[in-house]
Ligand binder design. Sequence first.
Ligand SMILES: [Zn+2]
Length: 282
Amino acid sequence: MSESFRHDNAGNAPESCAVQVAQPVESHLDDQQLMRYARHILLDEFGIEAQERISRSHVLIVGAGGLGSPAAFYLAAAGVGQLTIVDDDVVELSNLQRQILHTTDRVGVHKADSAKHALGALNPLVQVQPITERLDEAALHPLVAQADLVLDCTDNFATRHAINRVCVALRKPIVSGAGIKFSGQISVYDLRDAEAPCYNCLFPEADEVEELRCATTGVFAPVVGVIGCMQAAEALKLLGQFGEALTGRLLSYDALTANWHTVRFRADPACAVCGAQNLSKK
Ligand SMILES: [Zn+2]
């Protein structure tokens, strides 16, 4: 939002945009960090405590494409301490219409390496670990274990279900986004809560699912931008511990009509992944 937006809800302009600087409080953030993150710290709901939590956090981002690009940019800009970015693809010319982490001169470079380059230029305070391999469930396990939260920015159901199974087992929250054609979806599966639904509760794994891929169907670039930005917002709320998470709600965005829909859902007691009978075996 523009900093020229100065009116409160009652239409009153505040006395000055030169907001009074809060009284110094004891903080582990240095002066550069306090300056860099000042517009977040000024928010009452956010504050210095949330910024410190975010700066100590580690997020695993699976997929550095259309969703992962804006999500990673906002998380790095906001000062998430560590980002691990997994993507085995290399940048192609046809990615650049929407995958804004990558640039023309990095066509042919691994997306995870390109992401590290872009995010390092934005915020050198953030540690970025690129992983340029396709990871199966076993390989995901240690990466999820060391992360506080997982961003599912992938483009296929097999990986989504693998991420979900690992996150259910390790009780890690997932912020899951998807976008195809003119439609986007986002939800949060906060698996730290044993009562919370998992991805498989909502989208049970099935062999006959038709998988739409951007490569063949096309995707309106701002759709993945909108959803990726929302993934960053939900991740920052969970890490910073403020606001109300999107747990148990699936938000769907239709860019053609500019409509949003919300569907509420609950855990499925018979879920093959998180159902009670399965949890008891873990
Ligand atoms: Zn489930």
